[in-house]
Design a protein around this ligand. Structure first.
Ligand SMILES: [Zn+2]
Length: 156
């Protein structure tokens, strides 16, 4: 499970829409294993933006900065997000071929133009990619506020 604040989801959606018609991307920092909670979303440039609208390469400088920022803390780089300007939120063949780190969560944002030609976020899905097996596993996304509300109503 991937837990995000509504505000984090909104900031990712805005960045994805701003990147349209190219793919946008960013890093997710957080904590937890089975339940991964995002504590920070770091914006990053897509280095392949000029090479088409079906690929991304997250700026490695941002990854290095993130690894430095979490060193010695309980936080880690838990995954990344990128957008698909064709509106799909499933990993592409290119994504699967680039999934070097099986522990990372891939949050994919489907963006598409509305009737007036303005980019809109149409869906968000999270996955884990097993490159060697060529398989994709769905990861449930939960909004932190909703989760907190549920915990208050049904204390354990
Ligand atoms: Zn993709």
């Amino acid at each position: 499970m991937l837990v995000l604040l509504a505000e984090q989801m909104a900031s990712i959606a805005s960045a994805a829409e701003a990147a349209w018609p190219s793919e946008g991307c960013g890093l997710l920092i957080g904590t937890g294993r089975r339940i991964v909670t995002v504590t920070r979303v770091m914006p990053a440039c897509n280095l392949l933006e000029a090479e088409g609208n079906d690929r991304f390469e997250l700026d490695p400088a941002v990854r290095f900065a993130a690894e430095r920022a979490v060193r010695g803390t309980e936080l880690r780089v838990v995954g990344h997000w990128h957008s698909h300007p064709d509106g799909s939120a499933s990993p592409s063949a290119t994504d699967l071929a680039q999934a070097w780190e099986p522990e990372l969560i891939w949050l994919i944002v489907g963006t598409a133009a509305d009737g007036a030609g303005r980019p809109q976020t149409v869906q968000m899905r999270a996955h884990r990619l097993d490159r060697d097996a060529g398989r994709v596993f769905a990861v449930r996304i939960e909004v932190a506020e909703k989760r907190a509300c549920h915990a208050a109503r049904f204390p354990t």
